[in-house]
Design a protein around this ligand. Sequence first.
Ligand SMILES: Cc1cc2nc3c(=O)[nH]c(=O)nc-3n(C[C@H](O)[C@H](O)[C@H](O)COP(=O)(O)OP(=O)(O)OC[C@H]3O[C@@H](n4cnc5c(N)ncnc54)[C@H](O)[C@@H]3O)c2cc1C
Length: 390
Amino acid sequence: MADFHTAIIGAGASGLFCAGSFNASKIILDHNAQPGAKINVSGGGKCNFSNLHISAKDFLCQQPHFCKNALASFHPQDFISLLEKAHIPYEERQDGQLFSQTSAKEIVRLLVQRARENNTRFSLNTQVLSVSKGTPDFFIIQTSSGNIRARNVVLACGGLSYPSLGASSLGIRIARQFGLAIIPQRPALCGLTAPKSLRPIFCTLAGNSLNAIIHIKKQTFTGDLLFTHEGISGPVVLQASVFCMPQQEITINFVPQIDVLQHFYKYKNSSLSLASSLKDFLSYKIIKSLLGELERDLANASKQELQTAASRLQNFTFVPCSTAGYTKAEVTAGGIDTKEINPHTFACKKVPGLYAVGELLDVTGRLGGFNLHWAWASGYAAGQALAKIV
Ligand SMILES: Cc1cc2nc3c(=O)[nH]c(=O)nc-3n(C[C@H](O)[C@H](O)[C@H](O)COP(=O)(O)OP(=O)(O)OC[C@H]3O[C@@H](n4cnc5c(N)ncnc54)[C@H](O)[C@@H]3O)c2cc1C
Protein backbone atom coordinates (compact mmCIF):
# COMPACT_ATOMS: atom_id res chain seq x y z
CA MET A 1 0.00 0.00 0.00
CA ALA A 2 1.41 3.43 -0.98
CA ASP A 3 2.16 5.77 1.96
CA PHE A 4 1.81 9.57 1.89
CA HIS A 5 2.01 12.48 4.28
CA THR A 6 -1.21 13.85 2.75
CA ALA A 7 -3.88 12.68 0.34
CA ILE A 8 -5.88 15.44 -1.31
CA ILE A 9 -9.26 14.37 -2.67
CA GLY A 10 -10.14 16.59 -5.63
CA ALA A 11 -7.79 18.12 -8.24
CA GLY A 12 -9.92 21.24 -8.64
CA ALA A 13 -9.12 24.79 -7.64
CA SER A 14 -8.71 24.33 -3.87
CA GLY A 15 -7.02 20.91 -4.08
CA LEU A 16 -4.46 22.02 -6.68
CA PHE A 17 -3.71 25.20 -4.79
CA CYS A 18 -3.31 23.35 -1.50
CA ALA A 19 -0.99 20.79 -3.15
CA GLY A 20 1.32 23.54 -4.41
CA SER A 21 1.41 25.37 -1.06
CA PHE A 22 3.58 22.93 0.93
CA ASN A 23 6.34 20.46 0.27
CA ALA A 24 5.59 16.94 1.53
CA SER A 25 4.95 13.59 -0.07
CA LYS A 26 1.37 13.79 -1.20
CA ILE A 27 -1.08 12.39 -3.69
CA ILE A 28 -3.98 14.19 -5.32
CA LEU A 29 -6.88 12.01 -6.41
CA ASP A 30 -9.60 12.86 -8.92
CA HIS A 31 -12.07 10.82 -10.95
CA ASN A 32 -11.72 13.24 -13.87
CA ALA A 33 -9.16 12.50 -16.56
CA GLN A 34 -7.72 16.03 -16.28
CA PRO A 35 -7.22 18.36 -13.30
CA GLY A 36 -8.94 21.75 -12.93
CA ALA A 37 -12.05 21.10 -15.04
CA LYS A 38 -13.99 24.04 -13.58
CA ILE A 39 -11.05 26.42 -13.75
CA ASN A 40 -10.74 25.64 -17.47
CA VAL A 41 -14.29 26.84 -18.18
CA SER A 42 -14.41 29.60 -15.55
CA GLY A 43 -14.93 33.20 -16.59
CA GLY A 44 -15.97 32.09 -20.07
CA GLY A 45 -12.55 30.43 -20.51
CA LYS A 46 -10.64 33.47 -19.19
CA CYS A 47 -10.89 32.56 -15.48
CA ASN A 48 -12.15 35.36 -13.26
CA PHE A 49 -9.54 34.27 -10.72
CA SER A 50 -10.00 36.89 -7.98
CA ASN A 51 -11.35 40.31 -7.11
CA LEU A 52 -9.39 43.32 -5.89
CA HIS A 53 -12.17 44.40 -3.51
CA ILE A 54 -12.59 41.09 -1.72
CA SER A 55 -13.72 40.95 1.91
CA ALA A 56 -15.66 38.57 4.17
CA LYS A 57 -18.81 40.52 3.25
CA ASP A 58 -18.66 39.00 -0.24
CA PHE A 59 -19.43 35.55 1.16
CA LEU A 60 -22.50 33.87 2.55
CA CYS A 61 -21.64 31.63 5.50
CA GLN A 62 -23.56 30.77 8.67
CA GLN A 63 -20.46 31.92 10.60
CA PRO A 64 -19.92 35.38 9.09
CA HIS A 65 -16.39 35.77 10.54
CA PHE A 66 -15.15 32.36 9.44
CA CYS A 67 -13.59 33.56 6.16
CA LYS A 68 -11.61 36.42 7.66
CA ASN A 69 -8.39 34.59 8.61
CA ALA A 70 -7.97 32.87 5.27
CA LEU A 71 -8.72 36.07 3.34
CA ALA A 72 -6.27 38.02 5.51
CA SER A 73 -3.50 35.48 4.81
CA PHE A 74 -4.00 35.24 1.05
CA HIS A 75 -4.65 38.39 -0.98
CA PRO A 76 -5.53 38.90 -4.65
CA GLN A 77 -1.99 40.28 -5.04
CA ASP A 78 -0.57 36.91 -3.95
CA PHE A 79 -2.27 35.18 -6.87
CA ILE A 80 -1.27 38.01 -9.21
CA SER A 81 2.37 37.53 -8.14
CA LEU A 82 2.17 33.86 -9.15
CA LEU A 83 0.78 34.81 -12.56
CA GLU A 84 3.43 37.50 -13.06
CA LYS A 85 6.25 35.08 -12.22
CA ALA A 86 4.81 32.65 -14.78
CA HIS A 87 4.38 35.46 -17.38
CA ILE A 88 0.62 34.89 -17.56
CA PRO A 89 -0.98 38.24 -18.44
CA TYR A 90 -4.11 39.33 -16.58
CA GLU A 91 -6.46 42.31 -16.57
CA GLU A 92 -8.76 44.14 -14.20
CA ARG A 93 -12.33 44.48 -15.42
CA GLN A 94 -15.41 46.14 -13.92
CA ASP A 95 -15.72 46.19 -10.10
CA GLY A 96 -12.22 44.86 -9.44
CA GLN A 97 -12.77 41.54 -11.24
CA LEU A 98 -9.46 39.96 -12.27
CA PHE A 99 -9.29 37.83 -15.42
CA SER A 100 -6.53 36.03 -17.27
CA GLN A 101 -5.77 37.57 -20.66
CA THR A 102 -4.85 34.22 -22.11
CA SER A 103 -6.65 30.92 -21.63
CA ALA A 104 -7.74 29.65 -18.20
CA LYS A 105 -5.85 26.50 -19.20
CA GLU A 106 -2.58 28.41 -18.62
CA ILE A 107 -3.60 28.87 -15.00
CA VAL A 108 -4.36 25.16 -14.61
CA ARG A 109 -0.97 24.35 -16.15
CA LEU A 110 0.71 26.67 -13.65
CA LEU A 111 -1.13 25.13 -10.68
CA VAL A 112 -0.28 21.59 -11.79
CA GLN A 113 3.39 22.49 -12.25
CA ARG A 114 3.47 24.19 -8.84
CA ALA A 115 1.93 21.09 -7.23
CA ARG A 116 4.43 18.77 -8.96
CA GLU A 117 7.35 20.96 -7.83
CA ASN A 118 6.06 20.45 -4.29
CA ASN A 119 6.25 16.67 -4.31
CA THR A 120 2.70 15.86 -5.48
CA ARG A 121 1.78 12.69 -7.34
CA PHE A 122 -1.37 12.86 -9.49
CA SER A 123 -3.78 9.94 -9.57
CA LEU A 124 -6.42 10.87 -12.16
CA ASN A 125 -9.26 8.69 -13.47
CA THR A 126 -9.40 7.47 -9.89
CA GLN A 127 -12.64 6.87 -8.02
CA VAL A 128 -12.39 7.39 -4.29
CA LEU A 129 -14.47 4.61 -2.79
CA SER A 130 -14.08 5.18 0.93
CA VAL A 131 -12.00 6.96 3.56
CA SER A 132 -11.55 5.50 7.01
CA LYS A 133 -9.20 5.79 9.97
CA GLY A 134 -6.90 2.72 9.78
CA THR A 135 -5.05 3.58 13.02
CA PRO A 136 -5.28 6.80 15.06
CA ASP A 137 -2.36 8.15 12.96
CA PHE A 138 -3.37 7.03 9.48
CA PHE A 139 -6.27 7.17 7.07
CA ILE A 140 -6.90 4.39 4.58
CA ILE A 141 -8.28 5.63 1.26
CA GLN A 142 -9.83 2.94 -0.87
CA THR A 143 -9.74 3.90 -4.54
CA SER A 144 -10.40 2.29 -7.90
CA SER A 145 -6.60 2.37 -8.42
CA GLY A 146 -5.74 0.66 -5.13
CA ASN A 147 -5.48 1.53 -1.45
CA ILE A 148 -3.52 4.48 -0.07
CA ARG A 149 -2.30 5.26 3.44
CA ALA A 150 -1.99 8.91 4.43
CA ARG A 151 -1.42 10.71 7.72
CA ASN A 152 -3.66 13.56 6.59
CA VAL A 153 -6.59 13.84 4.21
CA VAL A 154 -7.74 17.08 2.61
CA LEU A 155 -11.31 17.04 1.32
CA ALA A 156 -11.23 19.34 -1.71
CA CYS A 157 -13.99 17.73 -3.73
CA GLY A 158 -16.16 20.79 -4.27
CA GLY A 159 -19.95 21.17 -4.38
CA LEU A 160 -22.71 19.60 -6.44
CA SER A 161 -22.82 22.11 -9.31
CA TYR A 162 -21.98 20.99 -12.84
CA PRO A 163 -21.90 17.20 -12.46
CA SER A 164 -20.73 17.20 -16.10
CA LEU A 165 -17.42 18.65 -14.85
CA GLY A 166 -16.97 16.03 -12.11
CA ALA A 167 -19.06 17.35 -9.22
CA SER A 168 -20.31 14.69 -6.82
CA SER A 169 -21.57 14.26 -3.28
CA LEU A 170 -18.40 12.46 -2.17
CA GLY A 171 -17.16 15.22 0.15
CA ILE A 172 -20.46 15.48 1.98
CA ARG A 173 -20.73 11.70 2.29
CA ILE A 174 -17.26 11.48 3.86
CA ALA A 175 -17.98 14.45 6.12
CA ARG A 176 -21.22 12.82 7.33
CA GLN A 177 -19.44 9.56 7.91
CA PHE A 178 -17.02 11.37 10.26
CA GLY A 179 -19.95 12.99 12.07
CA LEU A 180 -19.53 16.53 10.72
CA ALA A 181 -22.62 18.77 10.62
CA ILE A 182 -23.82 19.86 7.17
CA ILE A 183 -25.67 23.04 6.20
CA PRO A 184 -28.29 21.99 3.60
CA GLN A 185 -26.93 22.45 0.07
CA ARG A 186 -28.71 24.32 -2.74
CA PRO A 187 -27.80 25.61 -6.20
CA ALA A 188 -26.55 29.25 -6.24
CA LEU A 189 -25.29 31.75 -8.81
CA CYS A 190 -28.08 30.62 -11.10
CA GLY A 191 -31.40 31.73 -12.57
CA LEU A 192 -34.64 31.64 -10.58
CA THR A 193 -37.78 29.87 -11.75
CA ALA A 194 -41.07 31.76 -11.51
CA PRO A 195 -44.27 30.14 -10.23
CA LYS A 196 -46.57 28.79 -12.96
CA SER A 197 -49.01 31.71 -12.65
CA LEU A 198 -46.28 34.16 -13.74
CA ARG A 199 -44.68 32.05 -16.48
CA PRO A 200 -46.77 33.53 -19.33
CA ILE A 201 -45.36 37.02 -18.55
CA PHE A 202 -41.76 35.82 -18.41
CA CYS A 203 -42.22 33.61 -21.48
CA THR A 204 -43.42 36.55 -23.58
CA LEU A 205 -40.38 38.55 -22.48
CA ALA A 206 -37.79 35.72 -22.78
CA GLY A 207 -34.54 37.07 -24.24
CA ASN A 208 -35.23 40.70 -23.19
CA SER A 209 -33.07 42.33 -20.55
CA LEU A 210 -33.17 45.48 -18.43
CA ASN A 211 -31.48 47.10 -15.47
CA ALA A 212 -33.30 46.19 -12.23
CA ILE A 213 -33.04 46.17 -8.48
CA ILE A 214 -33.84 43.01 -6.54
CA HIS A 215 -34.63 43.10 -2.82
CA ILE A 216 -34.36 39.99 -0.66
CA LYS A 217 -35.10 40.73 2.97
CA LYS A 218 -32.73 43.63 3.74
CA GLN A 219 -30.34 42.89 0.87
CA THR A 220 -30.38 44.86 -2.37
CA PHE A 221 -28.88 43.81 -5.71
CA THR A 222 -28.60 46.02 -8.79
CA GLY A 223 -27.70 45.04 -12.35
CA ASP A 224 -28.86 43.45 -15.57
CA LEU A 225 -31.83 41.09 -15.43
CA LEU A 226 -32.63 38.70 -18.26
CA PHE A 227 -36.09 37.22 -18.76
CA THR A 228 -36.10 33.50 -19.56
CA HIS A 229 -38.83 31.01 -20.47
CA GLU A 230 -38.75 29.70 -16.89
CA GLY A 231 -38.27 32.96 -15.01
CA ILE A 232 -35.35 35.33 -14.58
CA SER A 233 -31.58 35.18 -14.95
CA GLY A 234 -28.70 37.57 -15.68
CA PRO A 235 -25.99 38.98 -13.36
CA VAL A 236 -28.34 40.62 -10.82
CA VAL A 237 -30.35 37.40 -10.45
CA LEU A 238 -27.22 35.26 -10.11
CA GLN A 239 -26.01 37.53 -7.30
CA ALA A 240 -29.41 37.45 -5.61
CA SER A 241 -29.68 33.65 -5.92
CA VAL A 242 -26.85 33.21 -3.40
CA PHE A 243 -29.05 34.84 -0.75
CA CYS A 244 -32.39 33.44 -1.93
CA MET A 245 -33.33 30.65 0.48
CA PRO A 246 -36.11 28.20 -0.43
CA GLN A 247 -39.56 29.83 0.00
CA GLN A 248 -37.89 33.26 0.13
CA GLU A 249 -39.93 36.14 -1.27
CA ILE A 250 -38.13 38.45 -3.71
CA THR A 251 -39.16 41.92 -4.88
CA ILE A 252 -38.09 43.42 -8.20
CA ASN A 253 -38.01 47.07 -9.19
CA PHE A 254 -38.08 47.05 -13.00
CA VAL A 255 -37.89 50.87 -13.28
CA PRO A 256 -35.27 51.89 -10.72
CA GLN A 257 -34.57 55.26 -12.36
CA ILE A 258 -37.75 57.03 -11.18
CA ASP A 259 -40.69 57.03 -8.78
CA VAL A 260 -43.31 55.55 -11.15
CA LEU A 261 -46.36 56.71 -9.19
CA GLN A 262 -45.14 60.31 -9.17
CA HIS A 263 -44.41 59.98 -12.89
CA PHE A 264 -47.99 58.76 -13.55
CA TYR A 265 -49.42 61.75 -11.67
CA LYS A 266 -47.16 64.10 -13.65
CA TYR A 267 -48.65 62.85 -16.95
CA LYS A 268 -52.17 62.19 -15.62
CA ASN A 269 -53.75 64.78 -17.90
CA SER A 270 -51.86 63.73 -21.04
CA SER A 271 -53.18 61.49 -23.81
CA LEU A 272 -50.59 58.82 -22.95
CA SER A 273 -51.27 55.34 -21.67
CA LEU A 274 -49.48 54.04 -18.56
CA ALA A 275 -47.03 52.01 -20.66
CA SER A 276 -46.37 54.65 -23.31
CA SER A 277 -45.64 57.27 -20.61
CA LEU A 278 -42.66 55.15 -19.49
CA LYS A 279 -41.13 54.56 -22.93
CA ASP A 280 -38.08 56.70 -22.09
CA PHE A 281 -37.14 54.33 -19.29
CA LEU A 282 -38.03 50.85 -20.50
CA SER A 283 -39.05 49.24 -23.78
CA TYR A 284 -42.78 49.55 -24.48
CA LYS A 285 -43.04 45.77 -24.99
CA ILE A 286 -41.59 45.02 -21.56
CA ILE A 287 -43.78 47.54 -19.71
CA LYS A 288 -46.92 46.44 -21.54
CA SER A 289 -46.26 42.77 -20.74
CA LEU A 290 -45.52 43.52 -17.09
CA LEU A 291 -48.63 45.68 -16.73
CA GLY A 292 -50.88 43.19 -18.55
CA GLU A 293 -54.51 43.89 -17.66
CA LEU A 294 -53.48 47.05 -15.77
CA GLU A 295 -52.54 48.93 -18.97
CA ARG A 296 -54.97 51.81 -19.73
CA ASP A 297 -55.02 55.52 -20.58
CA LEU A 298 -53.58 57.62 -17.82
CA ALA A 299 -56.48 60.05 -18.02
CA ASN A 300 -59.01 57.27 -17.26
CA ALA A 301 -57.04 55.59 -14.46
CA SER A 302 -58.24 55.89 -10.86
CA LYS A 303 -55.84 56.67 -8.02
CA GLN A 304 -56.07 53.02 -6.92
CA GLU A 305 -55.30 51.77 -10.45
CA LEU A 306 -52.25 54.03 -10.70
CA GLN A 307 -50.98 52.75 -7.36
CA THR A 308 -51.49 49.12 -8.35
CA ALA A 309 -49.72 49.64 -11.69
CA ALA A 310 -46.78 51.47 -10.07
CA SER A 311 -46.50 48.71 -7.51
CA ARG A 312 -46.51 46.02 -10.26
CA LEU A 313 -43.52 47.77 -11.88
CA GLN A 314 -41.56 48.71 -8.78
CA ASN A 315 -42.57 46.13 -6.16
CA PHE A 316 -43.03 43.01 -8.28
CA THR A 317 -43.05 40.36 -5.57
CA PHE A 318 -43.06 36.59 -5.87
CA VAL A 319 -41.61 33.45 -4.32
CA PRO A 320 -39.42 31.63 -6.87
CA CYS A 321 -40.55 28.02 -7.03
CA SER A 322 -37.02 26.77 -7.62
CA THR A 323 -33.66 27.63 -9.11
CA ALA A 324 -32.25 26.62 -12.46
CA GLY A 325 -30.69 23.59 -10.66
CA TYR A 326 -27.23 22.09 -10.26
CA THR A 327 -26.73 21.57 -13.99
CA LYS A 328 -26.70 25.36 -14.48
CA ALA A 329 -25.71 26.75 -11.06
CA GLU A 330 -22.11 28.00 -10.96
CA VAL A 331 -21.77 27.12 -7.29
CA THR A 332 -23.36 25.19 -4.43
CA ALA A 333 -24.38 27.08 -1.31
CA GLY A 334 -24.28 25.26 2.03
CA GLY A 335 -21.91 22.39 2.73
CA ILE A 336 -19.80 21.39 5.72
CA ASP A 337 -20.77 23.59 8.67
CA THR A 338 -17.79 25.87 9.31
CA LYS A 339 -18.34 25.46 13.07
CA GLU A 340 -16.65 22.10 12.53
CA ILE A 341 -13.53 23.67 11.00
CA ASN A 342 -10.59 25.56 12.51
CA PRO A 343 -10.59 28.87 10.57
CA HIS A 344 -6.76 29.13 10.70
CA THR A 345 -5.80 25.60 9.63
CA PHE A 346 -8.99 24.24 7.98
CA ALA A 347 -8.59 21.11 10.11
CA CYS A 348 -11.79 19.42 11.26
CA LYS A 349 -11.98 20.04 14.99
CA LYS A 350 -13.23 16.57 15.86
CA VAL A 351 -11.24 14.42 13.41
CA PRO A 352 -7.45 14.80 13.77
CA GLY A 353 -5.73 14.81 10.36
CA LEU A 354 -8.88 15.57 8.33
CA TYR A 355 -9.08 18.93 6.52
CA ALA A 356 -11.75 20.49 4.29
CA VAL A 357 -11.34 23.39 1.85
CA GLY A 358 -13.06 25.21 -1.03
CA GLU A 359 -16.69 25.05 -2.09
CA LEU A 360 -17.33 21.92 -0.03
CA LEU A 361 -17.51 24.21 3.00
CA ASP A 362 -20.54 26.36 3.79
CA VAL A 363 -18.90 29.41 2.19
CA THR A 364 -20.40 30.87 -0.99
CA GLY A 365 -19.02 33.89 -2.80
CA ARG A 366 -20.81 36.45 -4.91
CA LEU A 367 -20.29 36.56 -8.67
CA GLY A 368 -16.99 38.22 -9.61
CA GLY A 369 -13.98 36.01 -8.83
CA PHE A 370 -14.82 35.44 -5.15
CA ASN A 371 -15.36 31.69 -5.31
CA LEU A 372 -12.04 30.92 -6.95
CA HIS A 373 -10.29 33.26 -4.54
CA TRP A 374 -11.92 31.32 -1.70
CA ALA A 375 -10.62 28.06 -3.21
CA TRP A 376 -7.06 29.48 -3.36
CA ALA A 377 -7.21 31.10 0.11
CA SER A 378 -8.65 28.07 1.92
CA GLY A 379 -6.30 25.67 0.07
CA TYR A 380 -3.35 27.89 0.98
CA ALA A 381 -4.33 28.05 4.67
CA ALA A 382 -4.61 24.25 4.87
CA GLY A 383 -1.28 23.90 3.02
CA GLN A 384 0.47 26.24 5.49
CA ALA A 385 -0.90 24.26 8.42
CA LEU A 386 0.16 20.94 6.87
CA ALA A 387 3.65 22.34 6.18
CA LYS A 388 4.11 22.72 9.93
CA ILE A 389 3.55 19.01 10.61
CA VAL A 390 5.83 17.61 7.88
C1 LIG B 1 -19.25 27.15 -15.43
C2 LIG B 1 -18.58 27.71 -14.19
C3 LIG B 1 -17.88 28.92 -14.27
C4 LIG B 1 -17.30 29.45 -13.12
N1 LIG B 1 -16.59 30.61 -13.23
C5 LIG B 1 -16.02 31.15 -12.12
C6 LIG B 1 -15.23 32.33 -12.20
O1 LIG B 1 -14.97 32.87 -13.29
N2 LIG B 1 -14.74 32.85 -11.05
C7 LIG B 1 -14.95 32.26 -9.82
O2 LIG B 1 -14.50 32.79 -8.80
N3 LIG B 1 -15.65 31.11 -9.73
C8 LIG B 1 -16.16 30.54 -10.83
N4 LIG B 1 -16.85 29.34 -10.73
C9 LIG B 1 -16.89 28.66 -9.42
C10 LIG B 1 -15.55 27.97 -9.15
O3 LIG B 1 -15.12 27.28 -10.29
C11 LIG B 1 -15.66 27.01 -7.96
O4 LIG B 1 -16.20 27.69 -6.85
C12 LIG B 1 -14.31 26.41 -7.60
O5 LIG B 1 -13.79 25.66 -8.67
C13 LIG B 1 -14.43 25.52 -6.37
O6 LIG B 1 -13.19 24.91 -6.13
P1 LIG B 1 -13.14 23.51 -5.38
O7 LIG B 1 -11.74 23.08 -5.38
O8 LIG B 1 -13.83 23.62 -4.08
O9 LIG B 1 -14.03 22.54 -6.27
P2 LIG B 1 -13.78 22.09 -7.78
O10 LIG B 1 -12.94 23.05 -8.49
O11 LIG B 1 -15.14 21.77 -8.29
O12 LIG B 1 -12.94 20.75 -7.63
C14 LIG B 1 -13.47 19.56 -7.07
C15 LIG B 1 -12.77 18.39 -7.69
O13 LIG B 1 -13.16 17.22 -6.97
C16 LIG B 1 -13.34 16.18 -7.92
N5 LIG B 1 -14.27 15.18 -7.39
C17 LIG B 1 -15.57 15.35 -7.06
N6 LIG B 1 -16.11 14.19 -6.70
C18 LIG B 1 -15.13 13.24 -6.78
C19 LIG B 1 -15.09 11.85 -6.55
N7 LIG B 1 -16.20 11.18 -6.17
N8 LIG B 1 -13.93 11.18 -6.73
C20 LIG B 1 -12.81 11.87 -7.14
N9 LIG B 1 -12.79 13.19 -7.41
C21 LIG B 1 -13.95 13.88 -7.22
C22 LIG B 1 -13.91 16.88 -9.14
O14 LIG B 1 -13.72 16.10 -10.31
C23 LIG B 1 -13.14 18.18 -9.14
O15 LIG B 1 -11.97 18.10 -9.93
C24 LIG B 1 -17.42 28.77 -11.87
C25 LIG B 1 -18.10 27.56 -11.81
C26 LIG B 1 -18.68 27.02 -12.95
C27 LIG B 1 -19.40 25.71 -12.86
